[in-house]
Design a binder for this molecule. Structure first.
Ligand code: FES
Length: 154
């Protein structure tokens, strides 16, 4: 992975542990809701807001943050992922560098951390964040926890 800015997590080796929840923000995204110059730099700005919140609010301790280059969903910027080993991973997009939205991204990451499979009840997603889920990626590990998808939990 081509990282150029990330917080340490896990066991101090720089590697994530099985418990690490990592938010990876596309630092090269534009805010697609703001055309032209107005949207440029928004991904990096969203990363900075998240980093500041993580540094000052112990409620979100244990959540790791990375800024990476393109997540290949450029038309949906700003884009980020929420992921952990062995869990369903989420792709969120059409985000803007808004502090209230950033708080809800971290609230979702905390909810995700509490789920053994990563699958989260969509009716419990933070309200500002709910319209921004654009994809989920199943885990690849052979000992993945299984889940029942009855349509209520995503
Ligand atoms: S520049 Fe952000 S997904 Fe491509």
């Amino acid at each position: 992975m081509d990282t150029f800015n990330q917080t340490e997590a896990g066991d101090g080796t720089g590697m994530d542990t099985t418990d690490t929840v990592r938010i990876s923000v596309c630092g090269t995204c534009i805010d697609c809701a703001n055309a032209g110059e107005a949207g440029i730099g928004a991904g990096a700005e969203l990363f900075d807001i998240l980093a500041e919140l993580l540094a000052t609010h112990p409620a979100w301790d244990g959540i790791a943050l990375s800024k990476i280059r393109c997540l290949m969903a450029c038309t949906e910027g700003c884009v980020l992922t929420v992921a952990s080993r062995g869990k369903m991973k989420y792709l969120l997009g059409r985000l803007s560098p808004d502090p209230d939205l950033a708080e809800q991204i971290l609230d979702f990451a905390a909810m995700y951390a509490r789920s053994s499979s990563g699958v989260t009840p969509n009716h419990e997603w933070p309200p500002l964040l709910a319209p921004h889920f654009i994809g989920r990626i199943p885990p690849t590990e052979p000992n993945d926890p299984s889940w029942d998808d009855d349509g209520a939990d995503l």
